[in-house]
Design a protein around this ligand. Sequence first.
Ligand SMILES: Nc1nc2c(ncn2[C@@H]2O[C@H](COP(=O)(O)OP(=O)(O)OP(=O)(O)O)[C@@H](O)[C@H]2O)c(=O)[nH]1
Ligand SMILES: [Mg+2]
Ligand SMILES: [Zn+2]
Length: 290
Amino acid sequence: MLKLQIGQIVEFYSNSCCVVSEGKEFKCKIQGRINLVVGDLVEIELSSVSNSSEGLVIKRLDRITALYKSKEKVKKPIAANISHIGILVTKNPKTNLEFIDKWITISKIASIEPFIIFNKIDLLPNGAFREDQKIYERLGIKTFQISAKLFINVDELKIYLSKRTTIFVGNSGSGKSTLTSAITGKEILSKALSNNQGVHTTSVSTLYHTDQMKIIDSPGVRDIGIDHLKPKEIILGFPEIINYSLNCAFPNCSHQADAGCEVMAALKNGDIEESRYNNFIFLSNREINE
Ligand SMILES: Nc1nc2c(ncn2[C@@H]2O[C@H](COP(=O)(O)OP(=O)(O)OP(=O)(O)O)[C@@H](O)[C@H]2O)c(=O)[nH]1
Ligand SMILES: [Mg+2]
Ligand SMILES: [Zn+2]
């Protein structure tokens, strides 16, 4: 006898996965060639007689949201059914603003809310992130300044994450696993910063449930591929540029040297941040640059 249940993928490997359904974890094989990713909702087939913790994924339900990146020019899903992306930003390892703007762009295009977590403030003088914080708060992007290790401002972040499904993204060593552990109370190994570089670095995305929220801890990346985005789509990651571009004198304005360009005017008087403008131009023109 077989029974069917709905569950959510909490870890996905190349041809098997771990699914949580009705509060229980099942190691599942996958029927056929269903394309799956962490966060997917699936129908699983279980044996109704045995109390086994094994099952078979037979169907994927429609995704409410899906976050994509590109790898070697191929579009790949990173996670499904998430509402928020927490971008971890640190001074060590150094996170650059282009990396942040790329993540904001792919999340806005996926209708997922991005926010920024400045981490490791215990190692820094007061106000070390003030400039970066100003750039993003002006855009209405929520920011937090925390120490995942010393639990500074983690409670405030927990309130924000309540009832949401959030994926933490960022460079390797930025503290995603440390923060996931601080929030969920689960023991998660973090990357040791010793000669043993790379030990306990996260290798697969894992979804953790608490009563209040769901968190996905993802492997660190140095860069995020966005080749699947067309140059014209990039502006969707730059709402302040959309705003000013609506008043440019020419509808096909390139926002670079054109007469009557309101974007250039806003850049000159400081209403648009230079780093945001430069990243917008760079990412929009990247096919030409490559
Ligand atoms: N001082 C300090 N160290 C931190 C903080 N958060 C994380 N760390 C340290 O930074 C190192 C990397 O932390 P991880 O949580 O493993 O980083 P990660 O982003 O999960 O790394 P990957 O899994 O490789 O992507 C560990 O040695 C942590 O103890 C913090 O707020 N303050
Ligand atoms: Mg990790
Ligand atoms: Zn313009």
